[in-house]
Structures are given as C-alpha cells and as structure tokens.
Ligand binder design. Structure first.
Ligand SMILES: [Zn+2]
Ligand SMILES: [Zn+2]
Ligand SMILES: [Zn+2]
Length: 162
C-alpha cells in the first residue's frame, strides 16, 4: 500500500460512512495480522466507536458507549484499548481536544497533520512528509531536539464554508 498525502479528506454529509467504517476495520485487521498482534473484540469495538463519524471522540464518551454492551467496563479497559490502537497507528490523539480520531492509512507509522473544523468538529488528516521534514530541519537549525510533532490546524471545512 502506497502512503497517501491526504489520508482522510473532509467528507460530505451524505457520504457512505458504512464504507469508511468497513475500510477502517479491514485495514486494521490486515495491519494487525501482518504485525502478529491481536485485534481483540474489545479493541475492535473501541476502534469502531472511534470511527463512529469523522469527529474526534473523547475517552469518556467511548466509555459511555462501551458500557451499553459491557456493563462493568472501567476506564482502564478503554485506556488500554486506546493505547493499543495508538501504538499500532490505527487511531491518532488530537492533543488540542484531548480526543481520538481514526487513521485512514495505518499501513505505516506517521505523525500526520490534522485539519479541524471549528464549526462541525470534523477532522481531515494529511500525511505530507515535506511538512514534517521541513519542521525537523528548521528546528534542528536552532538547536532544538524535537521528540514529538503535533500539527493541528483550526479552521472551517468545505462543507461548513459552502
Ligand atoms: Zn465516513
Ligand atoms: Zn494517520
Ligand atoms: Zn465543518
């Protein structure tokens, strides 16, 4: 699979989201199988919930949804599943919102650049190596040892500005 620059585009309101969900689950199954890690039912369920729509989801809301099926689900259950999904690159954390979003291209590890609509909360993801490399080289020039890159842009998506 070739990495895409636009990992997840802004989606129209009437798009076939079932398709997004199925693609995400298929990618996840394939990625986990290739790496020899286990996508347990619970992990898959949390991934499904993160992919509920194209808006970032908070851990607390995931827990609430999970409790509909698993009455006794406790916060550590959700956090452990999220940690696994993050580690495998199946989801990303949106730091500015303290929430999670599914990754449309988990085949290779990447940081991603996130475009967040401040009207409808939907998120698009870019994975443009040029942006990452530029930041790495500029920060190095001023002697900064970067260990983590978070690029989150706030604005208005095409749907909300149209
Ligand atoms: Zn969708
Ligand atoms: Zn991604
Ligand atoms: Zn919007």
């Amino acid at each position: 699979m070739v990495s895409k620059t636009v990992v997840t585009a802004f989606q129209s309101a009437g798009h076939d989201h079932q398709r997004c969900l199925e693609d995400a689950l298929a990618y996840a199954a394939e990625t986990c199988a290739r790496r020899g890690v286990r996508l347990t039912r619970l992990r898959e369920q949390v991934l499904r919930l993160v992919w509920g729509n194209h808006e970032p989801v908070k851990a607390y809301d995931l827990l609430e949804s999970l409790r509909r099926d698993h009455e006794g689900a406790a916060p550590p259950t959700v956090y452990r599943a999220l940690d696994f999904l993050l580690k495998e690159g199946l989801i990303h954390r949106i730091e500015s919102l303290n929430a999670y979003i599914g990754c449309g291209d988990p085949s290779s590890p990447h940081t991603g650049q996130f475009l967040i609509c401040r009207k409808c909360n939907s998120v698009a993801e870019l994975n443009d190596p040029e942006i990452g490399e530029l930041i790495a080289s500029k920060t190095k020039q001023i002697g900064f040892k970067m260990d983590h890159q978070t690029i989150e842009l706030s604005g208005i998506c095409p749907k909300c500005s149209g």
